[in-house]
Write a protein that binds this ligand. Structure first.
Ligand code: SF4
Length: 246
């Protein structure tokens, strides 16, 4: 193997220690920020709006949950009307998003609990809380998991959070930053997030989501068009599969 190829192979090896992982993540964040900027992925800016938006997005394609959220706001413009809507009618509006019966029940339960705690359907009070307090508050709402809570913290409260969703987990595994054979779990997601240097977490989340949707697809990743290919241990294996996503 020539020296250039040896250097290239060394760059692609998974980083082994904490310092190397952090250096790799800094480089990944810089390149993805150059490529995608700071996308918001259509998340609303108000915490309660975003919480319901994130619940709707669970296990659903982007095009469908965007359409469903729009339909919900058109048919039932205030959260009071959503809370009081007949369950069957709400399920019908949410039908496009998948898991409509579960999501309809969960959304009404969340709204009732927020009103019970706050005396109003408004989560603005979270803005003044610490990260730990916000996470504790949100994850104690009906059916709200850590990933959902951290999405709300990132998109509406400007917290430096990197919720580890399917895109983030898949790309981290391919880059050798998360264990290659381990399945995602809440705990593993938090462990991964804690390895990301502070100040980079929010940026990495939003850009990894873009990268996962456009380039590092679940099937047939477009390694030939990837800005991370020279750092990625999976690039060689997948480059032959498809370099154009077709
Ligand atoms: S090189 Fe391929 S597998 Fe690696 S991050 Fe890029 S698209 Fe994903």
């Amino acid at each position: 193997m020539g020296s250039t190829r040896r250097v290239q192979a060394a760059r692609r090896r998974p980083p082994r220690n904490r310092g190397a992982v952090q250096a790799r993540l800094r480089e990944v964040e810089r390149r993805l920020r150059d490529a995608y900027g700071r996308p918001r992925h259509h998340n609303p800016k108000d915490p309660l709006d975003d919480l319901i938006f994130v619940v709707l997005s669970r296990m659903t394609q982007e095009v469908k949950y965007l359409r469903t959220y729009r339909a919900l706001r058109e048919h039932l413009p205030s959260w009071d009307t959503v809370r009081d809507a007949p369950l069957g009618g709400l399920e019908e509006i949410l039908g496009d998003a998948g898991l409509a019966p579960t999501k309809a029940r969960q959304i009404q339960a969340i709204l009732k609990e927020v009103e019970h705690r706050e005396g109003t359907l408004d989560l603005s009070r979270l803005r003044a809380m610490s990260d730990d307090e916000v996470e504790k508050y949100l994850t104690s709402l009906p059916g709200v998991a850590t990933k959902t809570a951290r999405c709300v913290m990132l998109y509406t409260l400007d917290r430096d959070a990197c919720p580890v969703d399917a895109h983030v987990w898949r790309i981290a595994r391919r880059l050798g930053i998360a264990p290659e054979t381990a399945a995602w779990s809440d705990r593993r997601g938090r462990e991964l997030e804690e390895r990301i240097p502070t100040g980079l977490r929010a940026s990495l989340h939003v850009t990894l989501v873009s990268h996962g949707r456009q380039i590092c697809l679940a099937r047939n990743p477009r390694c030939g068009a990837c800005t991370l290919a020279d750092l990625c241990p999976s690039a060689t294996a997948t480059r032959g599969g498809s370099s154009d996503g077709s």
